[in-house]
Design a protein around this ligand. Structure first.
Ligand SMILES: *Cc1c(COP(=O)(O)O)cnc(C)c1O
Length: 369
């Protein structure tokens, strides 16, 4: 059996996806070519691309008035691409940002290079919530506290902070376009496109390999890019060229397409959401019942995808990681800004992986607690 891989990203892919890619590596469906060797404008790749887009639309119920774009540069390139494309929408070169963790803070900082960019809310301060003192970036600012300027072109929010393990998806309709960085929870749960106007996600957390960025954007937001926006990063240009303005990341699109088909075979996003809830509940219940391990994120803001946890004795972190690896549990080291461990349990990981992790953690506590 392969080890269970808890990497935050690039992260585990379903074995079935890897095996299909391996079987098709040198000869995709009798074409005599690897997908890597195909013209991106040939009939074979066009089929792969079109099916990937349709499957993504089906999985997330993307309305027809939204464009689906396959881009490059990852989510951090979008930190600049979003303002270059959208700041001009309302005519004031303004945008507002919610900071709820490391990634949204980076988005906020990068956007400042392009216009008048303000904080709508931030969780960087300590806060008392439900009788608990919450450290900065371990809670999510309630939408009722967001200060949104009516003249701003859009509001940017991150729906899952991969590093802090903070998740928020309870969108309320706001008066300006809502832009979501969903890099680490896209396809883990439904998205309400009545309230969300644009979603972007680097594929390498929950949707495929690195090198592909998914962008889903309401079509009437297209066409407002600044004069300096590179054509390859202009949403309108990319949309008009069916994401083929320049050579797209063909192999990552193919693998993401296999992921989408795998997700459909699991029963789609509604079914995978139930599996994700079961996995996360199992793990949080275990952490909360333990005196040796703890997660410090405010209960209502806890991520289903990325679960950081601390050991009561941080001097044992190294030994924990070493023994976990020996037990076939890989890449559990926490981000350096948070410390401790982090279990990322994206769509591709089944509940058996969480069960195996808990069994190991019980044993480790019994020997060292
Ligand atoms: C990983 C991640 C990013 C950065 O993605 P890159 O593809 O490395 O630019 C941004 N936002 C979130 C939420 C992430 O998880």
């Amino acid at each position: 059996m392969r080890p269970w891989n808890f990497s935050a990203g690039p992260s585990a892919l379903p074995l079935a996806v890897l095996e299909q890619a391996a079987a098709e590596m040198t000869n995709w469906q009798g074409s005599g070519m690897s997908v890597m060797e195909m013209s991106h404008r040939g009939a074979e790749f066009m089929q792969i691309r079109d099916e990937a887009e349709q499957d993504l639309r089906d999985l997330l119920n993307v309305p027809d008035d939204f464009a689906v774009l396959f881009m490059q540069g990852g989510a951090q390139a979008q930190n600049a691409i979003v303002p270059m494309n959208l700041l001009g929408l309302a005519g004031h070169n303004q945008a507002d940002y919610v900071v709820s963790g490391s990634w949204s803070k980076k988005s906020f900082q990068e956007a400042q290079r392009y216009g008048d960019v303000a904080l709508a809310a931030s969780s960087e301060s300590e806060q008392r919530i439900n009788g608990q003192d919450q450290q900065g970036l371990t809670w999510f600012p309630a939408p009722s506290t967001w200060q949104i300027r009516p003249t701003a072109s859009y509001l940017h929010v991150c729906s899952n902070e991969t590093i802090g393990g903070v998740e928020f998806n309870d969108w309320t309709a706001i008066d300006i376009p809502l832009v979501i960085d969903a890099s680490s929870n896209i396809l883990s749960r439904p998205i309400d496109f009545n309230k969300v106007d644009m979603v972007y996600a680097g594929a390498q957390k929950n949707a495929g390999p690195a090198g592909l960025t998914l962008v889903i954007i309401r079509k009437d937001l297209l066409g407002a890019a600044s004069a300096h926006c590179p054509s390859a990063f202009n949403y309108d240009v990319v949309a008009k060229n069916d994401s083929m303005f320049n050579t797209p990341p063909t192999y990552p699109i193919y693998i993401a397409g296999l992921m989408f088909k795998w997700l459909k075979a699991q029963g789609g996003v509604a079914a995978i959401e139930q599996a994700n809830i079961a996995k996360a509940n199992l793990f949080y219940d275990y952490l909360d019942g333990s005196n040796f391990y703890r997660n410090t994120v405010e209960t209502t803001a806890r991520s289903r995808m990325n679960i950081p946890f601390l050991l009561a004795k941080p001097e044992l972190d190294k030994l924990f990681l070493q023994q976990a690896e020996e037990a076939g549990l890989l890449q559990l080291k926490g981000h350096k800004s948070v410390g401790g461990m982090r279990a990322s349990i994206y769509n591709a990981l089944p509940i058996e992986a969480v069960q195996a992790l808990i069994a190991f953690m019980k044993g480790f506590e019994a020997s060292h607690g």
